[in-house]
Design a protein around this ligand. Structure first.
Ligand code: SF4
Ligand code: SF4
Length: 420
């Protein structure tokens, strides 16, 4: 692990142990254990980086339990970014790998840089998922024979063909709309390959507001799963491909996945600056243009929302990456209210625990956070749950289903512009 604290420890040397980060950490709030707090993780990663601590199983458990939500970074008055230090520790501290981790890493290395292979695997998973039992809302769950990993975990509904097979590369603005130029759409893997409806709705809304939408055909996964697992080589491979795919197009780069937005905006510049080649300049040109699409739409003067929605009320969950990585907190509420949807709940749910790799490694923690969030949402009495992040939609929908609730969980784009 690199040891220059100022350059590589993301503010950790400035931690004065004030404790303001404790109450905002979803993991600490569940366990109340100091090593599960941002301050505790900062201490441990700093000690490992300086050689004071020899990392053992407890160390890896601690860094794996961080959901990378960045709530602590926003709360910290000293600029400590614990999530960045956790990612660095996952990448740089050597750990012995068991068979499951080795197979998982091999699968990730094979899938992430190869979109067509990933697409084929998603289609195969879709066929398998139709064999699983469905709950009253039509959601399917993994069976209980692998409870440690899958219990409580829903199976994404795979809606059919990949988004890029359902739309041309350039979708023209709707007839009669004022010409507002071109917007570039980054689909992300979930909306691109698994559930296209939020992505299709985003493109439709952009076209209805006067944008031609370019969907670069050679875009890849943003690389978040590789980055968050500490597999930096794989991350940098997709970073290069995406810079090539997105760098040639002009206009705002929009996505309906806030995790993709946070990686493209925040992590690409940091990593590109350490790489050789033209990447730093290219990244400088794309990162500031990246925006979460609902925030972009809510900021338009004279936003047009043609059509209607059957949804009358929604309980809005605020995804961590949306709030802490550039999304405007008020954007979702503003745009849903403009559509005539009443908000029964807005942002009173803590992290849902759907945090990708961390939730797979810590299923008990993910279950507890998921069922807490779903409980608050179900009690709101809303018609639907809304979350502007595919991971949150899946996690909240799973836990609503497990408690017997028929309330569907949707991306707000599906409420604004239902795709039939
Ligand atoms: S809020 Fe920042 S300075 Fe205070 S204990 Fe947490 S990491 Fe340290
Ligand atoms: S990133 Fe989130 S889960 Fe990780 S230490 Fe900070 S608040 Fe806790």
């Amino acid at each position: 692990m690199k040891t220059d604290p100022e350059a590589h420890l993301h503010g950790a040397p400035h931690c004065d142990r004030c404790g303001r980060c404790l109450s905002v950490c979803p993991v600490y709030n569940v366990s109340l254990v100091e090593t599960d707090s941002p301050r505790g993780r900062t201490d441990l990663t700093t000690a490992a980086a300086s050689g004071e601590l020899t990392p053992g199983p407890r160390f890896f458990e601690t860094v794996d339990r961080c959901l990378l939500c960045r709530s602590c970074a926003v709360a910290c008055p000293k600029g400590v970014d614990t999530a960045a230090n956790v990612i660095a520790a996952r990448a740089q501290v050597h750990r012995p790998q068991g068979l499951a981790a080795t197979l998982g890493n091999a699968a990730m290395d094979a899938l992430i840089p190869h979109r067509s292979f990933m697409s084929a695997c998603v289609r195969a998973a879709g066929a398998f998922s139709r064999l699983l039992p469905a709950d009253t809302a039509g959601r399917r769950h993994f069976p209980e024979y692998l409870p440690q990993v899958f219990s409580g975990r829903g199976v994404p509904a795979i809606t059919g063909r990949p988004m890029q097979k359902r739309l041309p590369t350039r979708v023209l603005r709707s007839p009669g709309t004022p010409n507002r130029g071109t917007a570039v759409f980054f689909t992300g893997c979930f909306h691109g390959l698994v559930d296209s409806n939020p992505g299709l709705a985003a493109v439709k809304l952009l076209c209805d507001n006067g944008f031609d939408v370019l969907i670069p055909p050679d875009q890849q996964c943003c690389g978040a799963p590789a980055l968050f697992s500490g597999r930096i080589k794989g991350f940098e491979a997709v970073l290069r491909k995406n810079l090539h795919a997105l760098g040639r197009a002009e206009g705002p780069i929009l996505t309906a996945c806030p995790t993709c937005a946070s990686v493209l905006r925040g992590h690409y510049p940091e990593h590109a600056s350490a790489m050789h080649g033209p990447e730093p300049g290219q990244t400088r040109s794309i990162a500031p243009r990246v925006q979460e699409v609902l925030t972009f739409l809510a900021g338009l003067t004279s936003l047009s929302l043609p059509g209607s929605t059957p949804v009358r009320s929604a309980a809005v969950h605020e995804p961590c990456h949306f709030v802490h990585a550039g999304g405007e907190r008020a954007a979702v509420a503003h745009i849903l209210r403009k559509r005539g949807v009443e908000l029964s709940l807005h942002g009173d749910t803590a992290c849902c625990g759907g945090g990708g790799v961390s939730s797979l490694k810590n299923p008990d923690l993910a279950r507890q956070l998921g069922s807490n969030a779903a409980g608050v949402i179900a009690a709101s009495g809303a018609e639907v749950a809304a979350a502007a992040c595919p991971g949150c939609v899946l996690q909240i929908g799973s836990h609503l289903g497990r408690t017997g609730s028929a309330m569907p969980a949707l991306h707000p784009l599906e409420i604004l512009c239902p795709i039939r």
